[in-house]
Design a protein around this ligand. Structure first.
Ligand SMILES: Cc1cc2nc3c(=O)[nH]c(=O)nc-3n(C[C@H](O)[C@H](O)[C@H](O)COP(=O)(O)O)c2cc1C
Length: 305
């Protein structure tokens, strides 16, 4: 049996038994995955993006494959914050892993309202999505400027003392500046990257493949972009970084951590293999044993030329 004791990480004031977290929107609220493995084997769970009111999301088709990845335009389908707190959170909190509430809103008030409701729950951390490319109002609109990112960080920070992680968009000119704006307003961590905005067209029907016309690209295709951005952000801020974008193997997770991520999220790869997060964790444990190291010692260990 592999020794998992080398994988523990303290991140933004929260202890994770291991750094591997299913990414928001790719793991629902965890229920469907319990038949594959105990959820306690996960470092944490970032739940589906949750908003003030229930949302049905965008019209289908809203998921499509692409070479080395996928595109989605789900559009934040979720049952709303009250239902999350009354039904999903109590269930998740019995699972023995870190629960991260991923939230979104169409304006500052909605972000504030959702975060304030979570503040009085036992959720472990709040991840604030200011980078969803698939909703018309809000979402990415805040994450693409320093002012917008600062505005939402400040609003959420004012209503909660929970560890606060701002989720950044890669669809920007300078992601380090946005990360610094979040840090300045009191974020405890940043997570990145959300999906890259993409588009494909069916040449027979001349229609875009996704009903939303455009959608977010994720999976191995985006991995080099994500590693680059995590490295840049980790060098720009003092708060810790949660890295994601294209991770599908334990080697990818090691690389992302060497770039500067303290913990990692895994998204699109789960659609290929629901057991991928626990396979990555086992691989990391073996890697630590083989090299006789604690995993936390590789964070930011890249030696740039
Ligand atoms: C189907 C799907 C739904 C997603 N929904 C959300 C969401 O609700 N909130 C969010 O912050 N990110 C969402 N994301 C983005 C992922 O959490 C992650 O940032 C992105 O997919 C990059 O990681 P990956 O390449 O491992 O998939 C979603 C991604 C996918 C593929």
């Amino acid at each position: 049996m592999t020794d998992m004791s080398r994988l523990g990480i303290d991140f933004a004031g929260v202890h994770f038994n291991n750094p591997v977290i299913p990414a928001s929107g790719t793991f629902g609220y965890g229920r469907e995955f319990e038949e594959f493995y105990p959820l306690s084997e996960l470092g944490g769970i970032s739940v589906k993006g949750t908003t003030g009111k229930r949302r049905n999301g965008n019209l289908p088709p809203r998921i499509a494959e692409t070479p080395s990845g996928m595109r989605n335009s789900v559009g934040l389908q979720n049952p709303g914050i009250d239902k999350f707190i009354s039904t999903e959170l109590p269930y998740l909190k019995t699972k023995g892993t870190v629960i991260i509430a991923n939230i979104a809103g169409s304006d500052e008030n909605e972000y504030r309202e959702v975060a304030a409701k979570l503040d009085s729950t036992d959720v472990d951390m709040i991840e604030v999505n200011i980078s969803c490319p698939n909703v018309k109002a809000g979402g990415a609109a805040f994450g693409v400027s320093c002012e917008g990112a600062a505005q939402i960080t400040k609003a959420v920070r004012s209503v909660t003392s929970k560890p606060l992680m701002m989720k950044l968009s890669p669809n920007v000119t300078n992601i380090s500046d946005i990360a610094r704006a979040c840090e300045a307003e009191g974020a405890d961590a940043v997570s990145l990257i959300n999906t890259l905005l993409g588009m494909r067209i069916d040449i027979k029907s001349r229609r875009p493949v996704l009903h939303n016309n455009v959608g977010g690209l994720s999976g191995p295709a985006v991995f080099p972009v994500a590693v680059r951005m995590v490295w840049q952000v980790a060098n720009a801020v003092k708060i810790p970084v949660c890295g994601m974008g294209g991770i599908s193997t334990w080697e990818d997770a090691v690389e992302m951590m060497m770039a500067g991520a303290s913990v990692v999220q895994v998204g699109a790869a789960i659609f290929n293999d629901p057991t991928v997060p626990v396979k990555i964790t086992s691989g990391l444990a073996q890697y630590c044993e083989d090299n006789d190291i604690m995993l936390k010692n590789i964070i930011g260990a890249v030696k740039p030329w």
